[in-house]
Design a protein around this ligand. Structure first.
Ligand code: ZN
Length: 432
């Protein structure tokens, strides 16, 4: 049993959206927060160990509510299917460790090959990483989102992080399979990607998916882009809209009334647009990503103005265009779309925890919550960039070494296993 520690900083942002507190203080006892603010100072026992973080701000650990810890090391979707599973799992574990060092103490994985294994390894303390909720595989219609139609169907079924389902009965069965496989949340897709925005699944299929998940106590996270698909998904009763590009005002209002979350991810789009071409990503696709980013920003603005609860996501998958220590840059894009810095922080802490149903466990700096906390070297409300470089990361009361997940690497020698698939022609980015 460790003794309590009192952390003192100039400022404290508790994640609830409340104004920052000056003279920040958090008393950590074991894995939990015992007290915050003046109460923490008052409650600290005599002789308590004090850590002074002069000039710093304390805030809750960051949460990425939409990513894929899938070890993608290229931008080519055929690589994602062909790369060795073991190597991908190890790459994903490496990304998880680096995300933790960057201040992400929890994540929600929306479909990847090793998610359950990684979640269990993190839980068991075998590898460092964020706390995880996982979808196992996304449930999509045949020929829809995630179904790489240029590959044989059997290969997609065997190798992709998607469970193709058609018809209400098969949709129910797919939900049961994901529950059996260890899912914490059910991920479905009600549309194609940002370019097609074609609605997927019939109303009967959507209703079956949502009913089956809810009956067993699971939330439904729904990939939906385009006004029609988003409306269909909200009407079907999904718990969160993922991406949500192309949202219209009427559906935004309906989401606010019903309490449907928007999990907003913009950062991958921005990185594909700006850095993709240097990684063999076709210029036309990079341009399409830039247009999708514009649409996504407009949708976030609309949702925010309508009072929709917005949570932070990145859609990160391990791609080299976005190192894990840059993931917090997604908050800057939220500010461009009209959120205040305080609102962006809430989206990546309290609201992201609420999407996961973990709001009573973590996501805020409050007495009784798990001590998932970061400190940054200045006031993030003045300069949100600094959230990218936390000076302290704590998960469950435990300090995370800043170099976790970094290891001296050998000179990069292309090997068959690592580079073989990556010389293939670029696969199509999107289909209908
Ligand atoms: Zn995704």
């Amino acid at each position: 049993m460790t003794s309590p520690v009192l952390y003192l900083a100039d400022t404290l942002i508790d994640g609830t959206g409340s104004a920052p507190q000056r003279r920040g203080a958090v008393l950590v006892d074991g894995e939990r927060i015992a007290a915050v603010g003046e109460q923490a100072r008052a409650a600290a026992p005599a002789g308590v160990h004090v850590v002074e973080l002069a000039g710093c701000t304390l805030l809750p650990g960051l949460i990425d509510a939409h990513l894929h810890l899938d070890g993608w090391r290229s931008l080519n979707r055929t690589d994602w299917v062909l790369m060795d599973d073991g190597l991908r799992a190890i790459d994903a574990a490496h990304d998880a460790a680096r995300m933790l060092a960057a201040g992400f103490t929890s994540v929600r994985d929306m479909g990847s090959v090793a998610a359950v294994s990684l979640r269990e390894a993190v839980r068991a303390g075998e590898v460092p990483g964020p706390r995880m909720q996982v979808a196992v595989k996304g449930i999509y219609q045949t020929g829809g989102q995630g179904d790489r139609a240029w590959l044989p169907l059997d290969m997609v079924r065997a190798r992709e992080s998607c469970r193709l389902a058609d018809g209400p009965d098969d949709c129910r069965r797919a939900v049961r399979e994901m529950v059996r496989a260890g899912a914490d949340v059910i991920k479905i897709a009600a549309s194609g990607g940002p370019r097609s925005m074609v609605p997927h699944f019939s109303p009967e299929e959507l209703a079956a998916l949502v009913d089956e998940a809810h009956r067993m106590g699971f939330r439904v996270a729904c990939h939906a882009l385009g006004a029609v698909a988003i409306r269909n998904a909200v009407d079907a009763g999904v718990d969160s809209i993922e991406h949500g590009y192309g949202l219209d005002a009427a559906t935004a209002e309906r989401m606010a009334q019903r309490g449907t979350f928007l999990v907003c991810d913009l950062l991958m789009r921005e990185r594909y647009a700006t850095r993709g071409p240097a990684f063999r990503y076709p210029q036309a696709e990079a341009d399409a990503a830039a247009r999708a980013l514009e649409t996504g920003m407009a949708s976030l603005r609309l949702a925010h103005e309508a009072g929709v609860r917005v949570a932070f996501g990145t859609d990160y998958g391990g791609q080299p265009i976005l190192p894990p220590n840059e993931l917090a840059d997604g908050l800057l894009l939220m500010i461009e779309a009209g959120l205040s810095a305080l609102e962006a922080i809430r989206a990546a802490t309290a609201t992201a925890a609420a999407v996961m149903g973990w709001e009573d466990r973590l996501g805020t700096l409050q007495a009784g919550r798990l001590a998932d906390m970061i400190a940054v070297s200045a006031d993030p409300l003045m300069d949100l960039h600094i959230v990218r470089r936390p000076v302290l990361v704590m998960q469950g009361g435990r300090l995370i070494p800043p170099d976790v997940g970094t290891w001296p690497r050998e000179a990069q020698v292309p090997s068959t296993h690592r580079q073989g698939a990556m010389t293939l022609p670029m696969a199509p980015v999107e289909q209908r």
